[in-house]
Design a binder for this molecule. Structure first.
Ligand code: ADP
Ligand code: ASP
Ligand code: MG
Length: 421
């Protein structure tokens, strides 16, 4: 039995037809190594952003179902073009969308989770010696509604497919040479990591390191699937291996730094301080699929029997969040809601910070030294996050990166531009 390798190519890697021909060469190279190859592709270049812009020109609040219908078309273009490029280079290949494969998701538009992947049809094609090119990012419900997995979700499609197919490895090809200690677009002296553990990568990805989708790392953990993030422009470079814990990383207290500007802070003031109030609020949000990140409940004002509850949400969930809170006016009894949308969450991540006192204090001191005020703090075993002013995010990342000894002597190479639509 041949091993299966899943290769995923992001938007920059398939941005034009020359790049698609280049991807076809990388696929054939892997096939010539004696492996069966399944390829997952994203939409070309900034296609998804352009589609979002078109929708917003029609209406500021398009329905999520129609957004999924629209955005899923981007990946449909790339799979057909890549299959053609492979065929033109003499390699038998077939393209398949999520409906044809059977990538079954929850019935939630715009951020569905994968529930099951059917492998029979893929396996039939592989058995015929074909490369199977599959659309990332999209899914289908059991009643044939089209869904998408959230922005950046092609990574998740690839890792979930690798898990379902019991692949040997999943390679994520992108426009940087691997996972760096921070975004090399913000800190050019970021250092490429040879390896990083699943736990650290989940925290970095949730902290805003857009190089891989957080749910892709969750899927990798679940299947114990080794994932390699590598450059589609330097095919011989090994990039970064994401895998179970290794001994190495415990020697470094901090592995990476990330910033996330996609969230905003909601403060619900003067909430009744009774058992069940927080439960009512967060149940209400969960029922609307609104994911909440940092949460702080302030010290109770005994005389008034109230406290304040602050939390962060994705910016696009603001309207729904306000509706949920006003619908709970009776239970929560709050006085007013305060929204702060000019914030960034800055995180330091490292498995080596466990049992190493002083890391948090060093982070807070570093931010204080450059005059940055901390609005909220949250921690996990391997992460410390501080909420700061959005305008200070890059300075915070650069300074923390340097203070925790992560700067490299070399300048990292980044291909492709940031979206400008
Ligand atoms: P793709 O289209 O291939 O999925 P993405 O734009 O989603 O590519 O992800 C790659 C980008 O992730 C890089 O260009 C880089 O700017 C950004 N990035 C953020 N944090 C990191 C990090 N820690 N290491 C590497 N890249 C990072
Ligand atoms: N095309 C989708 C996006 O731009 C999915 C992906 O690229 O991973 O978010
Ligand atoms: Mg991506």
């Amino acid at each position: 039995m041949k091993d299966i390798i899943v290769q995923k190519f992001g938007g920059t890697s398939v941005a034009d037809t020359d790049k698609i021909k280049n991807v076809a060469r990388a696929v054939i190279k892997e096939k010539n190594n004696g492996n069966n190859v399944v390829v997952v592709v994203s939409a070309m270049g900034h296609t998804t952003d352009v589609l979002v812009k078109l929708a917003k020109e029609i209406t500021p609040n398009p329905s999520l179902r129609e957004m999924d219908m629209l955005l899923s078309t981007g990946e449909g273009v790339s799979i057909a073009l890549l299959a053609m490029a492979l065929q033109a280079q003499g390699c038998n290949a077939v393209s398949m969308n999520a409906m044809q494969v059977g990538i079954i998701t929850e019935k939630i538009h715009s951020k569905a989770r994968i529930l099951e992947i059917k492998t029979e049809k893929i396996q039939e094609h592989l058995d015929k010696g074909e490369v199977v090119v599959i659309a990332g990012f999209q899914g289908v419900t059991d009643d044939f509604e089209i869904t998408t997995l959230g922005r950046g979700g092609s990574d998740t499609s690839a890792v979930a497919l690798a898990g379902a197919l019991k692949a040997k490895r999943c390679d994520i090809y992108t426009d940087v040479e691997g996972v760096y200690t921070t975004d090399p677009r913000i800190v050019p002296r970021a250092t490429r990591l040879e390896q990083i553990s699943y736990d650290e990568m989940i925290e970095l990805a949730n902290g805003g390191a857009g190089v891989i989708h957080p749910r892709a790392v969750e899927a990798a953990t679940q299947h114990n699937m080794p994932v390699r993030v590598r450059s589609s422009f330097k095919l011989d470079n090994l990039g970064t291996l994401i895998l179970g814990v290794d001994e190495m990383e415990l020697q470094r207290p901090v592995t990476g730094v990330a910033a996330d500007t996609s969230r905003l802070r909601v403060v619900v003031c003067d909430v009744i301080d009774n058992p069940g109030t927080a439960a009512a609020l967060f149940d209400g949000l969960a029922n609307e699929n609104i994911s909440v990140d940092m949460i702080i409940q302030s010290y109770a004002r005994k005389a008034l029997n109230t406290n304040d509850i602050a939390f962060t949400i994705n910016k696009e969930d603001l309207t729904k969040t306000k509706e949920v809170i006003s619908g709970l006016k009776q239970e929560l009894g709050y006085s007013n809601i305060y929204i702060d949308d000019k914030i960034a969450k800055v995180s330091i991540v490292g498995a080596g910070m466990i049992n190493r006192p002083g890391i948090a204090a060093k982070m807070f001191r570093t931010l204080a030294n450059i005059g940055i005020n901390i609005k909220m703090i949250s921690t996990s075993e391997v992460k410390i996050s501080c909420l700061v002013d959005e305008s200070k995010a890059n300075e915070a990342v650069e300074t923390l990166h340097s203070v925790f000894g992560l700067d490299s002597d070399e300048i990292a190479e980044v291909k492709g531009d940031l979206p400008n639509v």
